[in-house]
Design a protein around this ligand. Structure first.
Ligand SMILES: N[C@@H]1[C@@H](O)[C@H](O)[C@@H](COP(=O)(O)O)O[C@@H]1O
Length: 249
């Protein structure tokens, strides 16, 4: 375990390398438990397969979020209301049904006016500053749905998903053409405002993105690399996702 230096030479990312996602979930749980103990009230949550083991550990525990707020990163745009592919559905199934929060916010991907919804979501984030934000990473280094090239000062916005993300997400859908082409996502600036960021990544197909995030240049071509300029980031990766790192951690 060690720290990596950002461009300013400050110690930033705490990198924890684990055997697999099950071990990672236990470490992730500890980060949530510590945050709660230290008075965190608002938790930024993520979907995807990555945070599931952390959510499972939280569910098994006696952590109580009934006095906490959750704010999710993103949601697909335009899925049918009853879709079991929505991130709203995912969060209920994987966390909220077992561990209800006082209030849980997700962007409304079925809003008529997505721009107005984005503005409303930024107001929610401003009123509830995020104490701990959990993140996964896309194979192209995206965080939330902030694809390469997203401006660093972006707030919540509508996103056209890249083909790489559509392909990666197709595994969750019956047909590739069912994968939504648009989403609404917190922006990079919104994510960077969180007091503490927990990034988790598992598997070899995340190795390039993790290498760029920790050891590459800070560039919006790989949005997660911006995290080098945040002063409180914990990274939990398995050996496969860490396999391309050249520094000692
Ligand atoms: N919007 C989500 C991201 O929040 C997530 O980090 C990424 C990786 O997903 P997975 O964890 O399944 O690899 O997928 C989607 O694009």
């Amino acid at each position: 375990m060690d720290y990596t230096k950002n461009k300013k030479g400050a110690l930033t990312m705490k990198v924890i390398i684990v055997k697999n996602d099950v071990e990672g979930g236990k470490e992730g749980y500890k980060v949530f438990a510590d945050a709660k103990k230290n008075g965190a009230k608002t938790f930024g949550l993520a979907t995807g397969s990555t945070p599931i083991t952390t959510y499972q550990e939280i569910i098994k525990s006696d952590l109580d979020f009934s006095d906490s707020i959750s704010i999710n990163l993103d949601e697909y745009v335009g899925l049918p209301a009853d879709s079991d592919q929505s991130y709203n559905y995912f969060m209920h199934k994987n966390l909220f049904d077992a561990k209800p929060f006082k209030h849980s916010y997700l962007p409304n991907g079925r809003a008529k006016d997505i721009e107005a919804e984005a503005k409303h979501y930024d107001e929610i984030i401003a009123e509830n500053p995020i104490d701990l934000q959990i993140l996964g990473i896309g194979r192209n280094g995206h965080i939330g749905f902030n694809e390469p090239g997203t401006p660093a000062d972006s707030t919540t916005h509508k996103v056209a998903l890249t083909q790489s993300t559509i392909d990666a997400n197709a595994r969750f859908f019956e047909h590739e053409e069912d994968v939504p082409r648009f989403a609404i996502s917190m922006g990079l600036a919104s994510i960077m405002q969180s007091k503490h960021i927990l990034m988790e990544a598992y598997g070899e197909d995340k190795a390039d993105a993790i290498k760029g995030m920790i050891e590459g240049p800070v560039t919006t071509d790989l949005p997660a690399s911006l995290l080098q300029n945040h002063d409180n980031v914990t990274v939990i990766v398995d050996e496969a996702a860490a396999s391309k790192l050249s520094g000692k951690y």
